[in-house]
Design a protein around this ligand. Sequence first.
Ligand code: AMP
Length: 398
Amino acid sequence: MKILVINAGSSSLKYQLYDMTDETVLASGRVERIGMDSSILVHEPHHAEEISEVSEILEHTTAIRKVLDKLTDAQVGVVKSIDEIEAVGHRVVHGGETFKSSVLVDSDVKAEIRRLFDLAPLHNPACMMGIKAAESNMPNVPQAVVFDTAFHQTMPAKAYMYAIPKVLYKKHKIRRYGFHGTSHDYVSKRTADLLERPLEQLKIVTCHIGNGGSLTAIEGGKSVDTTMGMTPLEGLMMGTRSGDLDPAIVPFTMNKEDLTVNEVNSMLNKHSGLLAISGMSSDMREITEGYLAGEPNATLAFEMYEYRIRKYIGAYVAAMNGADAIVFTAGVGENSAELRQMICEKLTYLGVEIDLEVNKVRSKQPRRISTPNSKIEVLVIPTNEELMIARDTYRLAK
Ligand code: AMP
């Protein structure tokens, strides 16, 4: 069975076509600048060079049609006809409390995702555009939705409730949901495979550190706590997001700076984090260069970023009364040997010991970076959210 995985944003769309007989990627690519001048489609078939094409793509339906044209193209295509694609899987950011696992799309599911727009106003409408666009291009093909929040629905109330009037939970569903669930789920399962131990017996702290970042405490394969909250703003310091702060700062700043709700939201989501502290970039590669060169602002940004991750690792080891493994994944977690070293060198109180040379090796393969003496295994596991979406879609569509 061939499955198309779609990750739609408001002006972009990423795709991968899987052959589920052996879980290989036949082609992948992305459309950027949808609805703007000079939209770009980048298509990478497994058997040929990447190609890119600039054209005017005004909305998602056209974007998916162009993707399907490429997938069936005589030169750069990987299937003879669209009919070979038997199911489509969509990444949806917010599934609220309704969706505890992936589901096939029907009118009730779409209505519920729409109802959840309030909780993820930037993300869920874009996901919905992707679903509708796929439906109109492939009307008879089953569509599945896989939620970033679903994996965290196992959290106990003590972890997901905020200590504010309960009426706000009842009326508006204000609680911790957590995100990156597909990634945390994937790397925890890979950890059990690599350690050759049953997932049910493991306590794992998974660190998904990319442009956005979250840590999750996973006990017996179930999320028991996670750093992101009702929205992806809470927790770690991120590329452009503040992460945790004293909530009183919000009304105080709005008052002092005469900011509107939208302005303060934008400040915390788009103008904070690494970007604000370094004053130069939200990209960890540039921050690391600045830090290694001794540039003071980049150094402060790097140190704050690392410190918060390390504090949460300690918190989650405490939450689970121990840990068998700490796992690094996503753009920064997989690639930044400097950050991993700095974190692990200050976890010696937990008996963590990493091999500094192994830590430095660049690889796309999952690997152990802890020494045999380490009391907690430390692993680097490249995440693969698309494969998880393809697997869930396959299971549901079969
Ligand atoms: P993601 O959101 O998972 O795609 O991760 C994107 C982030 O990974 C960007 O902020 C990059 O700066 C970061 N990244 C990629 N390569 C490296 C690297 N070699 N060192 C540090 N950060 C990196």
